[in-house]
Design a binder for this molecule. Structure first.
Ligand SMILES: Nc1nc2c(ncn2[C@@H]2O[C@H](COP(=O)(O)OP(=O)(O)O)[C@@H](O)[C@H]2O)c(=O)[nH]1
Ligand SMILES: [Mg+2]
Length: 455
């Protein structure tokens, strides 16, 4: 990773036609650079309206120049922001002029995410907050943007810190008692270790659930439509997406390959897949389609088990042992309800994840969408408390696993303190990866390289 001392510059705004564009520079001790570029000293945090001249004395642009002196800036270093007119040539000229003036101090172009990386390395923000900046910029819905803004303000990091602090408090107690093994049992009772562990486990489970549900806002929910031929899968994907993307006929086996479409439900990106109907067949092409259906099920988060309401047969019931179903959220869709005169009592005693629907008339479609959103942990219009990433979910899962092991040791063993200490250490370590207290160069490289330049 590159040296923090070297100053960096980039155009921070998107390239194109815009009223304003920003060139941003970060480095240690930019005073002399500013003096040479502008001609005089700059008052920190003051909006200077100034001309910027090229090397030959010709005017490039007039704009607002802001100087943030270290450590009171986004990166924690001196930061200069030049707001010029947002055309591409003007922005390029301003950047080139900065690079020319800054040559003597080693000013170079910034890499993607390098300003944010500096903010992280200078303890201005933690790793989860740094990720939230990228998530805020990349958000594809207002719900995802609001959740990312909450993460950036530190809501998620605070939850992780609270968990960390409780584990640390317990670690200190355990490690202090390690040298006195004869006091183990009294120790566990005296400090109510069991109860403390239960309390932390409960909290961690809640944080994990919210993180995993909110990660759907960013990463989307993979939904697959599955059923016997002719139950109305293709009709339903068309109805959900509001357009004819799949061929619908009453000839069984019409859909031979997977058809994918994406849409947004209340801010949650949904990737929906129509599949070939599952049945026993000798047709080699249909067999390939059916193989792909099983693959689609294996990759999905949610399975819509579509049935004809009059027969209610399903591959889920014919092949219940297929491992592809494992861990999937399943919604049972009783389609073609327009064939029935009366719908009363049909859902009595049936799994609550069932919906009566007609892909033909649209009956039940809103209810189905609600059920899909519920799986993503969302009530319509609700703001998620923060935005999780898969990385956070994995780290929380690992931390939880070690905490569970710790609880097991306490529950089953007498001489447990050293094992308990080790599990608590590993649990704490996993949490540290979320906020970046423990992080490798490799991890940082992967996170920051996905940023846009100038951020
Ligand atoms: N009456 C009625 N017919 C439907 C409904 N959904 C699908 N169909 C009909 O059932 C047949 C098979 O539909 P299709 O969507 O191709 O089923 P798939 O094989 O599961 O993809 C077509 O003739 C559709 O028009 C529904 O809700 N009501
Ligand atoms: Mg079909």
């Amino acid at each position: 990773m590159s040296s923090l001392a070297q100053p960096i510059a980039a155009i921070a705004t998107a390239s194109g036609r815009a009223s304003v564009g920003v060139v941003r520079i970060s480095g240690q001790g930019l005073d002399s650079f500013c003096r040479e570029l502008i001609g005089h000293d700059l008052t920190p945090r003051y909006a200077h309206y100034l001309p910027i001249f090229d090397g030959d004395g010709s005017l490039i642009d007039q704009g607002i120049v802001l100087f943030f002196n270290a450590p009171h800036s986004f990166t924690g270093q001196d930061v200069l922001e030049i707001q010029g007119h947002g055309g591409v040539p003007t922005m390029q000229l301003l950047l080139q002029r900065c690079l020319a003036v800054g040559k003597s101090v080693g000013l170079r172009l910034a890499e993607p995410g390098e300003f944010t990386l500096r903010a992280f390395l200078n303890d201005k923000i933690d790793l989860a907050q740094a990720e939230a900046i990228a998530d805020l910029i990349d958000a594809t819905s207002s719900a995802a943007a609001k959740a990312a803004a909450a993460s950036l303000s530190g809501v998620f990091s605070n939850e992780v810190h609270k968990l960390s602090e409780q584990i640390v408090a317990l670690r200190i107690l355990v490690e202090a008692t390690l040298d006195f093994p004869e006091e183990e049992i009294e120790f566990i009772e005296k400090y109510q270790v069991k109860q403390q562990l239960e309390q932390i486990l409960k909290q961690m489970n809640q944080v994990l659930t919210t993180s995993s549900q909110s990660s759907y806002l960013k990463e989307g929910l993979k939904v697959v439509l599955v059923g016997e031929p002719n139950v109305g899968k293709s009709s339903l994907i068309n109805a959900i997406c509001g357009q004819d993307i799949a061929i619908v006929t009453d000839i069984a086996g019409t859909t031979r390959d997977r058809i994918q479409e994406s849409l947004t439900l209340d801010g949650v990106p949904i990737f929906i897949t129509d599949t070939a109907g599952l049945r026993q067949t000798d047709d080699p092409i249909e067999m390939i389609g059916i193989e792909r259906t099983w693959q689609a099920i294996a990759q999905a988060d949610v399975v819509l088990n579509i049935m004809d309401i009059r027969h209610r047969t399903s591959p889920l019931f014919s092949w219940p042992k297929k491992q592809e179903w494992r861990g999937k959220e399943i919604i049972h869709v009783l389609n073609k309800c327009d064939h029935l005169d009366k719908l009363d009592g049909i859902l009595d005693g049936v799994d609550e994840r069932s919906v009566i629907l007609s892909a033909k008339t649209g009956y039940g479609l809103d209810q189905l969408k609600q059920k899909i959103l519920q799986i993503a942990g969302r009530q319509v219009g609700e703001v998620s408390p923060w935005l999780g990433r898969t990385r956070h979910v994995a780290a929380l899962g690992l931390s939880l696993e070690h905490l569970n092991n710790a609880a097991q040791h306490v529950a089953h063993d007498d001489k447990v303190l050293d094992l308990l200490a080790e599990e608590l250490r590993l649990s704490h370590l996993a949490l540290g990866e979320i906020t970046g207290q423990v992080s490798s160069d490799d991890l940082l490289g992967r996170i920051f390289s996905s940023f846009c330049i100038g951020k």
